[in-house]
Design a protein around this ligand. Structure first.
Ligand code: FAD
Length: 319
């Protein structure tokens, strides 16, 4: 079976959920081989094996790790050639999309970004689905040239366990001087909030313009549930919450078990980032707000009254 390369998304060996999703997808197409760049492989190995990686190419060369993303495209191009890979799957984040674009040029291959589904196509190809125009159209595509290079959005597959050998091999790429044009001079983790990562959280509580800039009841309620905090673009544009927390078409796509929208009207661009959540609750003063069209439970009320009561009830239930 042909190898399918999966670029691992991790922080010092803590593998992000997107990687288990990509390994799950890779098994539909061939034999998953993870590509692990940087330190922390020992911590990552168990997770990579658990989701079916048969091989892991470890890249520890400072020629890659000391620079921004260009060397990663070169090393992946060399691995594509070495393995005759059936496809390359890359997380759809900003770094991933840059790597994928550079890789497609280097390998003279077709590129599909932001796929929400990837399946084995008829006749051995790879068939992908993209969701466009804020989710109102679904586009199916196939790569017709070279090795399919595909970036996949988070939450596009449910990670499924399948024991893999995760046999590791150190891979020493040859990196050109041109790819070393931008060096990392400092890298420090952002201040820990103690909350889960937005795209990985089982529960997300989001605030919108209705908060008037005061996110404290949203955060307190989120913390009572162990949830991540999201925000609408209106709240982000107003400078009330960071862009990294924006949910929607031009923000992050989330698909938690529970999504609670507080003071958010439910514009189509917001829905594009959260409408696949399993259960949706909205709190809004306006009973005509469009968000109520897609909720499982709706509360018509002022979030500054409803959220403290809900927080109290959750804390009481926890004892
Ligand atoms: P509003 O639409 O102003 O809604 C605020 C809601 O709060 C109202 O329904 C109101 O009834 C309610 N409210 C007010 N006070 C209270 C209170 N005290 N208690 C309870 N409810 C209250 N938006 C995104 O969110 N994400 C995106 O990624 C995104 N991308 C976009 C891309 C493009 C190209 C464009 C054109 C727009 C995009 N938008 C995006 C913006 C989107 O169209 C909306 O403008 C935005 O989602 C509105 O945010 P909101 O719901 O917080 O604000």
């Amino acid at each position: 079976m042909a190898e399918v390369l999966v670029l691992v998304d991790h922080a010092n060996g803590t593998v992000r959920k997107t990687t288990s999703e990509l390994l799950t997808i890779a098994r539909r197409l061939g034999e998953p081989s993870a590509v692990f760049v940087g330190d922390g492989f020992d911590a990552a190995k168990e997770t990579l094996a658990k989701y079916g990686a048969e091989k892991v190419y470890r890249v520890e060369s400072a020629d890659v790790t000391d620079y921004l993303v260009a060397p990663q495209a070169e090393l992946l191009a060399q691995l594509v050639e070495k393995t005759s890979a059936a496809a390359v799957l890359i997380p759809s984040n900003s770094a991933g999309k840059e790597i994928a674009a550079r890789l497609a040029i280097k390998t003279d291959s077709g590129l599909i970004t932001d796929a929400v589904d990837v399946q084995a196509g008829e006749g051995g190809g790879v068939s992908t689905t993209q969701s466009v125009f804020a989710g109102s159209y679904s586009v199916k595509s196939v790569v017709t040239k070279g090795t399919p290079i595909i970036t996949v959005k988070p939450n596009s597959a449910t990670p499924e366990e399948a024991a893999g050998a995760a046999a590791d091999e150190v891979f020493e790429p040859t990196i050109s001087e041109a790819a070393k044009g931008a060096k990392v001079t400092e890298s420090k983790p952002k201040e820990a909030t103690g909350r889960p990562e937005l795209t990985e959280a089982a529960i997300v509580v989001s605030g919108g313009r209705g908060t008037g800039g005061d996110f404290s009841p949203v955060e307190t309620f989120a913390d009572s549930l162990g949830a991540a905090v999201g925000a609408s673009r209106a709240a982000v544009d107003a400078g009330w919450y960071p862009h990294t927390s924006q949910v929607g078409q031009t923000g992050k796509q989330v698909s938690p078990q529970l999504y609670v929208a507080c003071g958010i009207s439910g514009a189509i661009q917001h829905r594009a980032g959260m409408q696949t959540s399993k259960t949706i609750i909205a709190i809004n003063k306006d009973e005509e707000a469009p968000i109520f069209e897609l909720v499982d439970f709706g509360v018509v009320g002022d979030l500054f009254t409803v959220l403290p009561q809900a927080t109290e009830a959750v804390n009481a239930a926890k004892g």
